[in-house]
Design a protein around this ligand. Structure first.
Ligand code: ASP
Length: 423
């Protein structure tokens, strides 16, 4: 395995003095990968689920279960839980109040991939994605076709919009309806900073430098105190409206948060066993209040999930559009192929997102991105654009390698994103 120093010496220094990662896989990196042994025990890396499915999936792996089946066991826990509003039944709907689910997976041992997008009425889309490669010669099915395929294979058809989710959607419609996903795109020339009165911090890091140049203290801080005041006032208004809509007191805080910070949830799971068989799966209800038919990164092989049996696996949660533009999961796996550690591969991919906006923090502060990364030797990382969620919780991920634990993500910027779309 090349050291960071030797990796940097591989970087091509262009005439403009910009350091880039090498274009071709270096002989050193290939050798290092060949010598890497699978972990002695299984390893699972995933979003924190708050249930026992990670522990159960780990037992499945110890008993010799297929790595994709174990990953899907964790996904199913979330898809079947009506109180998880980012995945499966209970997921927050699109702008018309219809739940549309996306999922994809890759099975390392057979080098297979399957994906479904924009699926209505079927809650276990992670399993439908697997059925795509098990029962067809296709990789991706969307919309009505994917739904019919699932029904044909015996998946039950049911209403995925729970009462709780419907009420949160009503709160969004009534409290926020003129502030939606319509309008000039974030990269369009007509785009205007919706928070123009709240100056964004300037990035002070070298966007094109090597990953090792990222140092604490060179990153902007957010949010500002007047921002916190603004949020508080808005939250109080929404809480009163939630009361009028009969949203029970216990659910009110969640409902208000969903309007202030539309849900980014999703679940990605990567799993490897001691035979070196590795798989990855991602499932989501996508962005809350999205335009009907919108697909994010979660059903896109190479963006929401990518697994290469020879290298490792990665997956994503967060701003899907940004992740598609950097082919995030695939980029991470390719960077690991070139010799970067899981941590450095994740951080470099996050910086590509920042570079896509030329470091413009008025845009970047509207985005979120978290990566879950597992290399074929069991090395892993969780990397996030921001250090905390908008509600102030540290960005974290779950890992089980014989011991279950929650670890904080490495991050690019201190603080959190702010609401997008604006309100
Ligand atoms: N990445 C998902 C999407 O864009 C959303 C999320 O992770 O919250 O659909």
């Amino acid at each position: 395995m090349p050291t960071r120093r030797s990796f940097l010496s591989l970087g091509a220094m262009t005439a403009a003095g910009i350091v880039t990662v090498p274009d071709a896989t270096s002989a050193q990196a290939i050798d290092a990968l060949k010598q890497m042994k699978p972990p002695a025990k299984p390893v699972i890396v995933t979003r924190v689920t708050g249930d026992n499915t990670i522990q159960d999936a780990y037992k499945m792996l110890l008993d010799g279960a297929d790595t994709l089946s174990a990953a899907h066991h964790v996904c199913l826990g979330r898809e079947n839980d009506p109180t998880d509003h980012s995945v499966g039944i209970g997921g927050l709907p699109n702008e018309e109040g219809v739940v549309e689910l996306d999922s994809c997976c890759m099975h390392g041992p057979t080098r297979s991939a399957g994906s479904v997008g924009g699926v209505q009425n079927i809650k276990n889309v992670c399993l439908v994605a697997r059925k795509v490669f098990e029962h067809t010669s296709h990789v991706m099915l969307v919309g009505k076709g994917a739904e019919r395929f699932a029904v044909d294979l015996g998946f039950p058809s049911e209403n995925l919009l729970t009462e709780d989710a419907r009420k949160v959607w009503m709160l969004w419609k009534e409290g926020n309806s003129q502030m939606d996903w319509w309008g000039p795109g974030i990269t369009g020339p007509q785009w205007k900073d919706p928070y123009g009165d709240r100056p964004a911090p300037k990035p002070t890091m070298d966007l094109h430098g090597p990953t090792s140049q990222l140092r604490p203290g060179t990153i902007p801080r957010h949010p500002t105190p007047d921002w916190a005041e603004f949020i508080r006032a808005r939250a109080l208004t929404l809480a009163r409206m939630a009361d009028d809509l009969d949203i029970p007191a216990a659910n009110r805080q969640f409902a208000v948060e969903q309007i202030l910070w539309p849900s980014t949830g999703t679940i990605h799971v990567s799993a490897i066993n001691p035979k070196g068989e590795i798989s990855g799966a991602t499932t989501t209800s996508g962005l809350a209040w999205k335009i009907p038919g919108r697909l994010g990164d979660s059903p896109v092989i190479g963006a929401g999930c990518y697994t290469d049996q020879d290298i490792g696996s990665a997956g994503a949660t967060g701003s899907g559009e940004e992740n598609i533009k950097v082919a995030g999961a695939h980029t991470i796996v390719e960077l690991m192929r070139q010799g970067l550690t899981p941590h450095d591969a994740g951080m470099e991919t996050l910086r590509r997102i920042v570079r896509n906006h030329n470091g413009d923090m008025t845009r970047i502060r509207l985005l979120d991105m978290e990566y879950y990364i597992l290399r074929k030797d069991g090395a892993y990382a969780g990397c996030s654009l921001w250090s905390t969620s908008p509600t102030g919780k540290p960005r974290a991920f779950a890992v089980h390698d014989g011991t279950y634990r929650v670890e904080k993500c490495a991050y690019l910027f201190e603080g959190s994103s702010i609401a997008w779309p604006p309100f």
